[in-house]
Structure formats: structure tokens, C-alpha cells
Design a protein around this ligand. Structure first.
Ligand SMILES: [Zn+2]
Length: 436
């Protein structure tokens, strides 16, 4: 097997159109990776994902480690075979789920200060013992940046792990399934990801809080750097000794919170040691996140692929791609779809309504139009708002499939349009059309 490679095809400003080549196929970038937390993109079959045009899926290491376990997946031929997805796969390190106690479970990475109150609500009743940390900021750093726009999921929809202890060695936590105790270390995270067998894997990192001071953030970054080097060492050793070496591409993760000097230091560190870069960590707010990308990208080798963890709002997609991000993963289209929030194109869709509406509202009960005007997806070509509204109100399972299908199609279609615009040197034109 060959290690995945990346090449830039065309640039428009800092925005890049490229391709990631893997043994399981090519991912044309910029690309959106839907999240398949437990080895499935909820409510969609792999065939439907292909029909939509999805080229790669991200699965969560934490969940697969606990159930069914990496050994089981390995024995059954690896994750591609197990979930019958023969195209590229990415796994995260599992760290985010453990650190975040599951708030925003499917959504690794990006965190904003403004969402802290929501995170606190979620964790208020938990007993937390975080060794070597004076504040309880770590757990409450947790953000679900959907919280400001949609109703939180019902509490039983996504169970949560419980964080027990952070040490130099790694993280101890309790399973959200049965309360059993587990440990996740950089070595173990990489080993699990090797066994699962995704094409693109991610190094194990510490998660800073957006409320951390400079000193606290620096301390967290230093721990991340040590953990990332241990991840790399395990990765290289594994590839050397495995009987059938899986040639995977390991992404280093950038951190450093909201601070420019730390962000630049982190970017240089990851660039020095890794062939691919994932942008992670906490941010003060959206504008700080965009700034962080600019600082980071300035320190990176242009030839390496860049993945942004956990973004997927329409405006963010434009802003991060404009700054040189190649791929991103997000639960927004799938999670919102299951709640009946569906995406719409401009001019009906705009920044103000966040390009979506709630199809479960009674005003759509008799509407014979499709979810979105101008949408070419299977759902919009074949079903009315009235029918989908009825499915949601009747709690029929097909509601989740149809809404998710349309939403994943929408985000993928937008990303394809952006790629075309970059190839035609018309990125800014397209951005204005959508965001003005
Ligand atoms: Zn549609």
C-alpha cells in the first residue's frame, strides 16, 4: 500500500484546489468529510453517500475503541471493509471526545468562548477530578457551537464519557457505555487508529480551553507537543514492523489557543515533524479563529494538506477555504438534519437565517414545494416539504434519512462549487454571491 499524497492543482489567492491521493481513491479538495461517529454516517448508507458525491468520511476513534473495539474491526478486515466504505477514511485521535466529556460528541476541535455557558450547563452535575490543573476550565471549555442556533439534543441521544485524570502519560476516563475505566495515551491512540486502518489519521493532543491564560495555554501546548512526538514515534515504529504495513498519513494537530506566538510556534512544530496538518484547539471567537488560520498557514509548508477540525457553517466554510484549508469535517449537516433543520441556497438562504429553516414547523404541512429551490438532490427532486414535515411529526425514520441526505448534499455541493470557483479564479465572486 502507498502512503497518501497531496498535490495542489490550482490556487486563487490563498485558496487551493488540490487532491489527496490514497489507495482507496482520490479526494478532490477542498472537501467536506461528513462524520461517521460509530462507523456510520447516521441514517445514510454508503451507497447514498456515493450518490451524493462524498469522497471521504471521518470516524471517531473513541467510539470505535469502546465499541466494537479496534481488535474486532481489525479481525474483520479493517474499517473500510467493516462499514463497506471502500473510499478514503479519516479517524480522529479520540482525545476530543475524552476531554470534552462528549459535549459536541461528533464534533472535534473548534471551540469558542461564547459557548462556555452551554458547556457548563452540560457538565454541571459531573464530578471532575483533573490532576495537575488548578482550574476546572478544561472540562468547561467544551463547546457545542450549534447551541446558539438549535435546541440541544435530548440528553439520552448521545451518552458521554467521564474524564477522570490527565497525566503526562495520557488521559484516564470512564466509558459512557458501562462506566468501565479506560486510558488513552498517544501510543494507544495511534495503535488503535492503525488497527482501524483509516487512510488519514490524527496525532493525540491535549485540548486547551479558550479561557486559559497565556501561561496555561503554553503549558497545554507543551504537553500536546510531547504527546504528538510520542504519536509520531508510535506511528513510525508500527509502519516499520507490521506484517502488512498500512501506509497511513498521520496529521499533527496545531494548538495554542488565541495567542499568536503560541499558534505560530505550534504551526512550526507540526510542520517540522509531520507531513500533514490538522488545525485544532480553542479560539476566542470566529474572527480569532480566522486570524489563527492566517498565522498558522504562514508557518506551514504549502505542499502539505491542511485539515480543519469541526467546522461547517456556510460562512466558516468560505472563510477557512479562503485562508488555505483543504479539508474539513462537521456534524452540522447530519445533526441538524435529524432535528429537522434543512439547508437552503441563496437568495432564500443567507447569513441571517444561517442558510436553513425548521421543516417541522406547521407552516410547511401543506407545502408542495421541495426543501430547497434549485437543489438537484434526490430528496428535492422527489419529495415535498409537506411529506417531510409529516414524516418528522409522525417520527418516521425516513425523516432522518431524507433531511440528512439533503443536508449532506448541500454542504458537499457548496464545497464543489467553491472548488470550481477556485479553478476558475472566481472564488471571491462566489463568496460575495453567498455571503453578501
Ligand atoms: Zn436537496
Amino acid at each position: 500500500m502507498n502512503k497518501p499524497t497531496f498535490k495542489i492543482i490550482s490556487k486563487d489567492g490563498k485558496a487551493r484546489a488540490g487532491e489527496i491521493k490514497t489507495d482507496h481513491g482520490i479526494v478532490l479538495t477542498p472537501a467536506f468529510l461528513p462524520v461517521g461517529t460509530k462507523a456510520t454516517v447516521k441514517s445514510l448508507t454508503p451507497q447514498q453517500l456515493k450518490e451524493i458525491g462524498i469522497e471521504a468520511v471521518l470516524a471517531n476513534t473513541y467510539h470505535l475503541h469502546l465499541q466494537p473495539g479496534e481488535d474486532t474491526i481489525g479481525k474483520l478486515g479493517g474499517l473500510h471493509k467493516f462499514m463497506n466504505w471502500n473510499k478514503p477514511l479519516m479517524t480522529d485521535s479520540g482525545g476530543f471526545q475524552v476531554f470534552s466529556l462528549g459535549v459536541g460528541l461528533e464534533k472535534p476541535g473548534v471551540k469558542f468562548l461564547k459557548d462556555l455557558d452551554y458547556g457548563r450547563l452540560k457538565i454541571e452535575n459531573r464530578t471532575l477530578k483533573v490532576e495537575d490543573r488548578r482550574s476546572n476550565h478544561h472540562p468547561s471549555s467544551i463547546i457545542n457551537n450549534l447551541s446558539s442556533t438549535v435546541n440541544p439534543l435530548s440528553s439520552n441521544e448521545e451518552s458521554r464519557p467521564r474524564l477522570n485524570r490527565i497525566t503526562e502519560e495520557g488521559v484516564e476516563f470512564q466509558s459512557h457505555i458501562d462506566g468501565s475505566k479506560h486510558k488513552l495515551t498517544p501510543e494507544l491512540s495511534v495503535e488503535i487508529q492503525e488497527k482501524i486502518g483509516a487512510d488519514l489519521i490524527i496525532a493525540f493532543d491535549d485540548l486547551e480551553s479558550p479561557t486559559y491564560s497565556f501561561e496555561q495555554t503554553k503549558k497545554s501546548l507543551e504537553l500536546t507537543n510531547r504527546w504528538e512526538l510520542r504519536s509520531l514515534k508510535t506511528h513510525l515504529a508500527f509502519q516499520g514492523v507490521a506484517l502488512e504495513p498500512q501506509r497511513q498519513l498521520l496529521y499533527g494537530v496545531t494548538h495554542g489557543g488565541q495567542f499568536e506566538s503560541l499558534r505560530r510556534e505550534s504551526a512550526r512544530f507540526v510542520d517540522k515533524h509531520f507531513d500533514a496538518v490538522a488545525l485544532g484547539g480553542a479560539h476566542r471567537n470566529k474572527s480569532n479563529m480566522y486570524q489563527v488560520i492566517e498565522w498558522t498557514v504562514e508557518e506551514l509548508d504549502e505542499e502539505k494538506p491542511r485539515h480543519m477540525l469541526g467546522i461547517g457553517e456556510v460562512d466558516d466554510i468560505f472563510e477557512v477555504i479562503e485562508r488555505g484549508v483543504d479539508t474539513f469535517d462537521c456534524v452540522i449537516p447530519t445533526r441538524l438534519g435529524r432535528m429537522g433543520h434543512v439547508f437552503i441556497y441563496p437568495p432564500e438562504g443567507n447569513i441571517k437565517n444561517r442558510f436553513r429553516y425548521d421543516i417541522t414547523k406547521s407552516k410547511y404541512a401543506k407545502d408542495q414545494r421541495p426543501i430547497a429551490k434549485d437543489c438537484d438532490c434526490y430528496v428535492c427532486q422527489n419529495f415535498t416539504q409537506a411529506y417531510i414535515n409529516h414524516l418528522f411529526r409522525s417520527r418516521e425514520l425516513l425523516a432522518y434519512t431524507l433531511a440528512t441526505y439533503h443536508n449532506v448534499y448541500f454542504i458537499n455541493d457548496l464545497t464543489n462549487k467553491i472548488r470550481q470557483a477556485i479553478l476558475n479564479k472566481k472564488f471571491i465572486e462566489l463568496k460575495k454571491k453567498w455571503l453578501l
